[in-house]
Ligand binder design. Structure first.
Ligand SMILES: NC(=O)c1ccc[n+]([C@@H]2O[C@H](COP(=O)([O-])OP(=O)(O)OC[C@H]3O[C@@H](n4cnc5c(N)ncnc54)[C@H](OP(=O)(O)O)[C@@H]3O)[C@@H](O)[C@H]2O)c1
Length: 194
């Protein structure tokens, strides 16, 4: 069992969003998100991030999912809380409270199986879930000549708690005219932890 936060972050500013939209759209990063999360038992995100996904509203009305091939839990205290459905393809979409998420995570911890829950943002959900995360998958992105402006930031990664365990070289996306690299942080285990 592991809880993994996954985010695309502007390398210069730490921004992840502006006006409920992404700062950067790099196809290679989106492909990595798809690749990693397709093996997840569950993808968790906040209601605002869910609403920002392309086609989310139409998908919900038609009982489809904007993230095919994955089970999705959307954190909310709003009117959709408690709603949920299974798509014809078998993907589950649920709108859940924090208590429900904690129950799922506690159940996963007790199960101890090789399961991964991905925490896919946004800023509020990253902040709230960071204490429970075991790993963080970051795509750092920078676009030459572009100064990011926004309102949603990834939380600070405290080097006393997190170790940078993998850092890829910088790559270049022709499609996005941006540089990007992948960073994996793992939580530093305290001495009395297994
Ligand atoms: N770059 C990236 O990788 C990335 C990834 C994801 C998102 N983003 C960006 O992040 C921004 C959105 O972030 P955000 O902080 O504004 O919103 P968010 O975290 O996506 O969603 C916040 C909402 O989630 C629900 N929520 C959060 N904590 C909860 C709790 N403990 N209990 C119940 N419900 C809870 C609430 O929904 P209700 O109001 O319905 O109760 C809250 O308003 C956007 O700009 C988006 O594009 C970027």
């Amino acid at each position: 069992m592991s809880f993994v936060m996954i985010a695309a972050v502007d390398a210069e500013t730490g921004l992840i969003g502006a006006g409920n939209k992404l700062i950067h759209r790099v196809p290679e990063d989106l492909a990595r998100f798809r690749e990693l999360t397709k093996r997840a038992v569950l993808v968790l995100m906040g209601r605002k991030t869910f609403e920002s996904l392309p086609g989310a509203e139409a998908a919900t009305q038609a009982r489809r999912t904007p993230l095919p091939g994955r089970n999705l839990a959307v954190l909310t205290e709003g009117p959709m809380k408690g709603d949920g459905y299974r798509t014809p393809q078998g993907d589950e979409v649920s709108f859940v409270s924090r208590e429900s998420v904690d129950s799922i995570m506690n159940w996963m911890e007790r199960g101890g199986k090789q399961q991964t829950l991905y925490i896919a943002g946004g800023a509020q959900v990253y902040r709230e879930m960071m204490p429970r995360a075991d790993a963080i998958e970051i795509t750092e992105i920078k676009k030459p000549g572009f100064q990011a402006v926004g309102d949603a930031y990834f939380p600070k990664i405290d080097p006393r708690e997190w170790e940078l365990s993998v850092r890829s070289p910088w790559y270049f996306s022709d499609a996005a005219q941006s540089e990007y690299r992948f960073l994996t942080y793992t939580r530093i285990k305290k001495e009395n932890q297994a």
